[in-house]
Design a protein around this ligand. Structure first.
Ligand code: A3P
Length: 300
């Protein structure tokens, strides 16, 4: 595989056509060769900064609830959502580690940022389930620029305008953003039993409705009794940004030597982009959105 050095510490995997961070390149290659999906696996997949941390906390809590389990006893108090559902290419596979994952009891929960086309074949061909979470590109751009410009591991010290230009060209981590989103969107239409497509904005607007969809999708639906007892709302409250931010593990912990847990929580609102993007930027990104989503039925 030819790997030309790109700017900002990430490289294009030419054969796959996505921008892979240099630090996870060997892990990506290893997992593509070795990872074997089980039919009972559940994957959380999204582009960075689209609500990964939030959704992991929701899914983990949904799957691990039980009648007598008080939501305040949650493992979220002790572990970062990224430890409860770990990223294949960032935490599970590393350049020195090809782990044995066969002993993990079902359902195994994993996350990845890989585009659909680059998933291991067994993930595409088995009966495992994928929940894809995305977010409007304006807020995704702002959240990622603010985050990456502080992340030493990536060595991205650049201006908003320069990073915006790269984002528009598709040169964002695991991007192009639009190819990533459209790839999973199409799969969700063709195979709704396999891929559930969720938007950050919908989770914000009606978390209960979306969480119930997730419960049905992973075959762990909420009972009438649970709904009446407020279990759905309890999970939403527990996983709200205000609640997660206040947990000691997210104030002081690290889920990896390079990632402070607190860095995953900023404002957590829809539409913060108005504070960062100029009218010409909005116009340019809107045009790209229109071109990419045209006729797909997808909009933000
Ligand atoms: P902002 O930078 O716009 O605030 P990821 O987890 O994929 O890295 O995404 C991070 C984004 O999700 C950040 O967005 C962060 O604040 C937001 N976020 C984290 N936890 C959240 C929660 N519980 N509810 C809503 N948004 C959350």
């Amino acid at each position: 595989m030819e790997l030309p050095q790109a700017s900002y510490g990430y490289e294009m995997c030419l054969s796959e056509k996505f921008w892979c961070p240099e630090f996870s390149l060997e892990a990506v290659i290893a997992l593509q060769s070795h990872f074997e999906a089980h039919d009972t696996d559940i994957f959380v997949i999204n582009m960075p900064k689209t609500g990964t941390t939030w959704f992991k906390s929701l899914l983990y809590t949904l799957l691990n609830r039980c009648d007598n389990h008080h939501l305040s006893n949650t493992p979220l108090q002790t572990y970062s959502p990224h430890e409860l559902i770990s990223s294949l290419e960032i935490m599970i596979y590393t350049k020195d580690k090809t782990p044995d994952l066969t002993k993990i009891p079902p359902p195994r929960l994993f996350s990845t940022h890989l585009p659909y086309a680059s998933l291991p074949e067994s993930v595409k061909n088995s009966k495992c389930k994928i929940i894809y979470v995305t977010r409007n590109p304006f807020d995704t751009f702002v959240s990622s620029w603010l985050y990456y410009s502080k992340l030493e591991k990536l060595d991205i010290h650049t201006s908003r305008d320069d990073y915006f230009d790269k984002f528009c060209q598709g040169r964002s981590l695991y991007g192009p953003f639009f190819d990533h989103v459209v790839g999973y969107w199409k799969e969700s239409l063709e195979r709704p039993q396999k891929v559930l497509f969720l938007k950050y904005e919908d989770l914000k607007e009606d978390g209960a409705l979306q969480l119930k969809r997730v419960g049905e999708f992973v075959e762990h639906p909420f009972s009438k009794q649970e709904e009446e007892q407020g279990v759905v709302q309890g999970i939403i409250n527990l996983c709200s940004i205000g609640s997660l931010k206040e947990m000691e593990v997210n104030k002081k912990g690290k889920c990896d030597p390079d990632f402070d847990n607190k860095s995953f929580f900023r404002k957590g609102v829809v539409g913060d982009w108005v504070n960062y993007l100029t009218p010409p930027m909005v116009e340019r990104l809107t045009k790209i959105m229109d071109e990419n989503f045209n006729g797909s039925g997808l909009s933000f």
